[in-house]
Design a protein. Structure first.
Length: 134
């Protein structure tokens, strides 16, 4: 089951990224003594947005990867890796870029890579779904 193992690797990395970003929110809140929300603190807000943005994109990307992996052999392994790498690098790059609070290459590259992953996953799912019928 090479496809499921590939999906598992990207799922594991992205779940750990979400955990790290959640920890950074907790640390920022402790450091700045904010019990709930951002307390009007820009650093806490940046940490929260980095985590929230990842939480908005990672789950659906991973669900798509899993479905692609399960549609063996309609979805080629290279597609899983291309989408998984793009999603993972995109989310890491975006989180790092967002932590600076300005529009920068990390945020732009992260967004572009994430959208490329979504295009690969979405297109792959449509192709695999139709290939099963043909």
């Amino acid at each position: 089951m090479v496809r499921l193992e590939a999906a598992a690797i990207y799922a594991g990395i992205n779940i750990l990224l979400l955990l790290l970003l959640a920890y950074l929110v907790s640390r920022a809140r402790r450091t700045h003594k904010v019990a709930l929300g951002d307390g009007g603190n820009k650093l806490v807000l940046r940490a929260m947005r980095a985590h929230a943005n990842a939480a908005e994109y990672i789950p659906s990307g991973l669900v798509g990867l899993l479905i692609l992996a399960l549609l063996d052999p309609a979805a080629p392994v290279w597609l899983l890796h291309a989408a998984g790498i793009s999603l993972t690098l995109g989310r890491i790059s975006h989180a790092v870029g967002l932590s600076t609070g300005t529009l920068n290459i990390g945020r732009l590259a992260g967004t572009a890579l994430t959208w490329i992953a979504y295009l690969l996953i979405g297109g792959g799912l449509i192709y695999a779904g139709l290939a099963q019928r043909l």
